[in-house]
Design a protein around this ligand. Structure first.
Ligand SMILES: Nc1nc2c(ncn2[C@@H]2O[C@H](COP(=O)(O)OP(=O)(O)OP(=O)(O)O)[C@@H](O)[C@H]2O)c(=O)[nH]1
Ligand SMILES: [Mg+2]
Length: 365
């Protein structure tokens, strides 16, 4: 397997099943093996060692634990869940920050400088990426490691690329669980970068405390090009690249956003979303952004909105997973697989009313 596609840690002798991006389809060798052969082939995870290693903030153990929860193998799933259950009490005390914006807006450059300045202040910083399409290389944080060169080499930071989708909950579940592992390992600021495509903003919003939207100064008509819906998700709008001869345009854009924000529903109860400028490159404005995030934490903890959001995120996540698991198990049933084509045909040709076909089909479940 191409080295660039591998996570930081993979079991000895493993292949493409651990790729952090989707690689060309290949039937795993284990598919034709007997159960006992399979058991011998699958990498062994020592739960106790993983628990102790993550708790002690050992990076290699954290990587290994994440690889375990990212694995699509059924036996790994059970082990991963057991590990999570043990580590859950140690998690939760970080601030989770989502960062979104179009490709090239400067998210990675921002994370590099922001992360380094947080480390200087004594924080431990984990950077995760969400790329729900999990498409090859586009927006992948792996290629970005070069743009986060200092941060990725720093012993107090931890950078993990987007998991590939796989099964059961896919990217969102794996990222949520990775957050828990990172927190249990002592990371107190979790940064999640996502490219603003498709549903990824809503997905990230549903797992973070604070959501930062990065924008560029345009030609004056800032609000025309962007979806109002995304602004409604944001706790802070950052107009990036406010440097050189772009400063004035960035200031103008900031004002326009601030004006518009008066008329837009705010993402978080007890918090007034604002727009600021920054230069991820020179570092101007970065410190102020951290101060805003801290005020946010204080204000929302005081009002209870912080805790309330975390609780509702967990219950919503639970509901989503129940839906996904039930759907999955439904379509996996042999009887359903057998009956489905015939019902489809009858519904298509008008032989059966649709709702009746559904109730008839459900009888096979
Ligand atoms: N002048 C200027 N250039 C910047 C700034 N921030 C980022 N850039 C440049 O913009 C380009 C894109 O920056 P990235 O940080 O990779 O952007 P990104 O949002 O992570 O992009 P994707 O990961 O592809 O979505 C790079 O060439 C950066 O050097 C800034 O504040 N000022
Ligand atoms: Mg990037």
């Amino acid at each position: 397997m191409d080295d660039k596609r591998k996570p930081e840690w993979v079991p000895d002798g493993s292949g493409a099943e651990y790729a952090s991006m989707i690689v060309s389809g290949k039937k795993p060798a284990s598919a034709s093996l007997t159960h006992s052969q399979k058991a011998r082939q699958e990498p062994r995870y020592d739960l106790k060692a993983l628990f102790e290693g993550v708790k002690a903030s050992e990076r290699s153990m954290l990587s290994k634990a994440i690889t375990l929860i990212e694995s699509n193998s059924v036996s790994h799933f059970e082990k991963g869940q057991e590990l999570l259950k043990q580590l859950l009490p140690l998690s939760g005390s970080s601030i989770r920050i989502g960062i979104t914006g179009v490709p090239g807006v400067g998210k990675s450059t921002f994370i590099e400088n922001f992360g380094l300045s947080l480390i200087e202040q004594g924080f431990q910083v984990a950077v995760l990426a969400i790329d729900p399409s999990s498409s090859i290389s586009k927006g992948s944080i792996l290629g970005d490691k070069t743009r986060m060169e200092l941060l990725s080499r720093h012993p107090l930071s931890f950078i993990r690329p987007s998991p590939s989708a796989g099964v059961l909950g896919g990217v969102a579940r794996k990222t949520r669980e990775t957050i828990i592992l990172c927190e249990a390992a002592g990371y107190d600021v979790i940064l999640i970068e996502t490219v603003g495509v498709g549903q990824s903003e809503t997905t990230v919003r549903s797992m973070v405390d604070f959501f930062l939207l990065m924008q560029l100064a345009g030609a004056g008509d800032e609000l025309q090009g962007i979806k109002k819906g995304i602004i409604e998700l944001a706790d802070l709008i950052v107009v990036n690249k406010a440097d050189g001869d772009n400063i004035q345009r960035a200031e103008l854009a900031k004002q326009e956003y601030n004006n518009a924000l008066h008329y837009i529903r705010h993402a978080t109860e007890a918090w007034q979303t604002v727009a600021v400028t920054c230069s991820a490159q020179t570092g101007a404005g970065i410190h102020e952004i951290w101060e805003i995030i801290q005020s946010f934490r204080v204000a929302t903890r005081k009002s209870g909105a912080f805790q309330k959001r975390r609780i509702s995120q967990n219950t919503q996540w639970f509901d989503t997973l129940v839906n996904e698991f039930v759907l999955h198990s439904f379509y996996q049933r042999d009887k359903i697989k057998e009956a489905l084509p015939d019902f489809r045909r009858k519904v298509g040709s008008g032989e059966l009313p649709v709702a009746m076909a559904v109730t008839e089909l459900l009888k096979h479940y």
